[in-house]
Design a protein around this ligand. Structure first.
Ligand code: ATP
Ligand code: MG
Length: 736
């Protein structure tokens, strides 16, 4: 067994897997097997060191990675791997907080606010505090509060440290924000970590319990931990002062892949590991098993331009491989065409299947032009764009219903759906309930139970409020009675009239909304099938379980795993791509101003972070790497002529092959470009019978046209959306 677990590892990997006792740091460049070491180490602990699965806490960067790691360990040691805690920081902390919530004055069914919930709450607070939203947007306030939380600075400390009017305002809303979260028995994403740290610090018996439980703590992607997460790890490992030996700690990471500085990630955590943990051992891995020499050399050449980084010697035995292709397209559509042509060729040669390809870009909106060509050419793909589905209004409304049912104290959710669909409850009525709740020091939901006592209400409003309350209470009764999330969802959508309003509407958008609600119902059903009650002692998954799962869906959870018919091409941002690998990778938009991002151009530190992103992107590739750029790229309907990304020039020509050519821009004059005027490029000429693609309405056929230039218009028949008359100057249509 020992031989098995160590056999297909190199010497330093073996040392890391078998290391016992003192804290262990594994640092190494991309693709050197850090994650493999972590997984193998867990198997080794279980198989060789008699550690029981319940004693292991392993932290990964995404839920998807956690699932995979568990699978792999289960393959090696069998199903008892299932009870291990392998999860993200957030999931692990939610689990701890649910058990210990009462200690912090939270209900165990506390709600987790996502960013949009938080923005809503912050907007309310800014309004109540007469803060000028133009100077201090809710988003600005929130990110300031978030930065403080990442540093574990509480609002009292923030107040005492505030020096500028700006800091004073942030500290003030921070306090109010926390009070309102508490009142709603809710937490935001940062609180999940911060509260857990506070819990472990304030309650030695809780800390001791977890010290005894987790004898092994393992963390992947350690370079992206922020201060709060760093402290969390310290607290969980313990220092022995409670009589429990500190847990064995093993962290793996690569400071060259630190790409979350904007969330407070701190390379310091990895660089100073040996100072933070006494007797720490460091293992360095130097063989890359993922990429060919050309890919690795190119990536190394780029990252070496960062100053003050420890030199690394990363080598590969995978052979030279194909040269890295740098392709210059005339514009983003040609860039997309090139990608599709290349995918087609590689598949025709039977070398690859769709699932082997990844398209990676700097910002989400870059996916659109690629998606359009994929749709047109029938390339199956999936955008891992995150939470797009869950960001839709109808999905958020439906989830607000479910949250209002699961947690009556969740004022934000209750108020979101109070008059959705319209049921005659105006702002005034809502305000009257809110005033009453404040005066009585009760939640909004509790106030709704006492509508007859609220004298400020007009009779009609009172009736509407009572009906709403009866409906929600009925749903709560269903929840209490053990109805599953799917049943509650459908009942909510029906009795509230939400679905009826959508189905009655003639707006084609609403048709899509109905489909999305249906899709959400699928999600609830799949969830129920995944977690059935298997025997009498067990309970089936509840509404709260479902909501918790939904609020923790990380971006990368959507990466397709369906292998049928060769799977699908994956589209995602550079940030989402971290830790993954694909045989063929396209990194697109290699233009100064796109990647590196416009924002970073003026700052040396930010350029270094962009360079790390480039390193992450390039090292995802196993056999073939394409770096593509568009010499003209439209933003807001205007073509931008960006110079090629400076990262491209950093790659020695020996490793690359350059293809494609520079666009010849219109109106070239003298030494520089004259930007074509909007009218010249913007208004297309359409003829009757032309097929077009519209952003929102999809495919359509031109029925008639009128006008010229700026006033050119066309009547277009979009099948499901019907006929639309569009002013071509503004309409986001593309001629096919
Ligand atoms: P990243 O920095 O991108 O997270 P990593 O260091 O975590 O990369 P892994 O993903 O663990 O690297 O490994 C990269 C690839 O190399 C994987 O396909 C892995 O299975 C393979 N690999 C790692 N070590 C070995 C080995 N000793 N023998 C064969 N293959 C290996
Ligand atoms: Mg890894």
């Amino acid at each position: 067994m020992t031989a098995d677990l160590l056999e297909d590892l190199n010497e330093p990997q073996r040392r890391a897997v078998a290391h016992a006792g003192t804290p262990l740091l594994v640092v190494a460049g991309a693709g050197s097997g850090k994650t493999r070491v972590l997984t193998r180490r867990i198997a080794y602990l279980l198989g060789q060191r008699n550690v029981s699965p319940g004693e292991i806490l392993a932290i990964t960067f995404t839920n998807k990675a956690a699932g995979e790691m568990k699978e792999r360990v289960a393959d090696m040691v069998g199903p008892r791997a299932r009870v291990m805690w392998v999860s993200t920081f957030h999931s692990a902390c939610v689990r701890i907080l649910r058990t210990e919530a009462h200690r912090l004055g939270l209900k165990s069914n506390f709600t987790i606010y996502d960013t949009q919930d938080s923005v809503r709450l912050m907007t309310l607070i800014a309004k109540d505090h007469n803060i000028d939203i133009k100077t201090y947007s809710a988003k600005y306030l929130l990110s300031s509060v978030s930065n403080l939380k990442n540093e574990l600075i509480d609002h009292e400390t923030a107040v005492s440290r505030a020096n500028t009017p700006q800091e004073e305002i942030v500290a003030e809303v921070y306090g109010e924000y926390q009070r309102r979260l508490m009142r709603a028995s809710a937490v935001d994403f940062d609180d999940i970590i911060g509260h857990t740290v506070a819990l472990l610090q304030a309650f030695p018996d809780v800390a001791e319990y977890y010290h005894r439980k987790f004898r092994h703590v393992l963390v992947d992607e350690y370079q992206d931990t922020n201060h709060a997460q760093y402290m969390l790890v310290r607290q969980l490992v313990g220092d022995g002062s409670d009589g429990v030996e500190p847990a064995e700690l093993c962290v793996v990471g690569d400071s060259d892949q630190s790409i979350y500085a904007f969330r407070g990630a701190n390379i310091r955590n990895i660089v100073e590991f040996e100072r933070d943990y006494k007797n720490a051992t460091t293992v360095v891995l130097e063989q890359n098993y993922r990429s060919t020499q050309n890919i690795l050399s190119s990536a190394n050449a780029v990252i070496e331009k960062n100053v003050n980084r420890p030199k690394k010697r990363l080598w590969t035995a995978e052979g030279e491989g194909a040269k890295v292709t740098i392709y210059t397209a005339a514009d983003e559509h040609h860039e997309a065409d090139y990608i599709v042509r290349t995918i087609d060729e590689l598949i025709d040669n039977n070398e690859y299947a769709f699932k082997d390809f990844a398209i990676i870009y700097r910002t989400n909106n870059q996916s659109r032009s690629i998606e359009e060509v994929f749709i047109r050419k029938g390339i199956p793909y999936k955008v891992v764009g995150g939470t797009r589905f869950y960001e839709r209004k109808e999905i958020r409304d439906a989830l607000a219903y479910l949250r209002a049912v699961a947690n009556p104290a969740d004022d934000v959710s209750v108020r979101r759906i109070l008059n959705v669909p319209r049921r005659g409850i105006g702002d005034k009525a809502e305000e009257a309930v809110e005033m009453f709740a404040r005066r009585e020091r009760i939640t909004f939901s509790e106030a709704l139970n006492r509508v007859p006592e609220i004298h400020a209400l007009a009779t009609r409003s009172a009736t509407a409020l009572t009906e709403f309350n009866t409906m929600i209470n009925h749903l709560r009764t269903m929840d209490d009675s053990g109805a599953g999330p799917s049943e509650i969802l459908m009942k909510a959508m029906e009795t509230s009239g939400y679905l009826k309003e959508l189905t009655a509407s003639r707006d084609p958008q609403d048709e899509v909304r109905v489909e999305n609600i249906a899709e959400l119902e699928n999600v609830t059903r799949e969830f129920e099938e995944q977690f059935p009650a298997e025997n009498e002692d067990e309970r089936a998954a509840t509404l709260s379980d479902f909501l918790e799962r939904v609020s923790l869906v990380a971006d990368s959870d959507e990466i397709p795993t369906d292998d049928a018919h060769g799977g699908v091409v994956t589209l995602m941002t550079l940030h989402t791509a971290k830790g993954l690998e694909f045989p063929v990778v396209f990194v697109t938009g290699m233009e100064d101003g796109v990647f590196p991002h416009q924002r970073a151009l003026g700052s040396a530190t930010e350029l270094e972070e962009e360079r790390r992103l480039a390193y992450v992107g390039m090292t995802r590739a196993m056999q073939r790497l394409y770096l593509t750029r568009a010499s003209a790229r439209s933003t807001w309907g205007q073509p931008n002529y960006n110079p090629e990304s400076r990262f491209l020039a950093e790659i020695p020509e020996d490793f690359v092959e350059r293809l494609g050519e520079e666009a010849k821009p219109l109106g070239l004059s003298g030494g520089g470009f004259d930007r074509p005027r909007k009218r010249d490029v913007q208004v297309m000429v359409l003829n009757v019978g032309d097929r077009v693609l519209h952003d929102k309405f999809g495919m359509g056929t031109v029925v008639s046209t009128a006008g010229h230039n700026d006033s050119a218009e066309a009547t277009i028949d979009f099948k499901s959306a019907g006929q639309k008359r569009l002013l071509l100057r503004y309409a986001p249509v593309e001629k096919l």
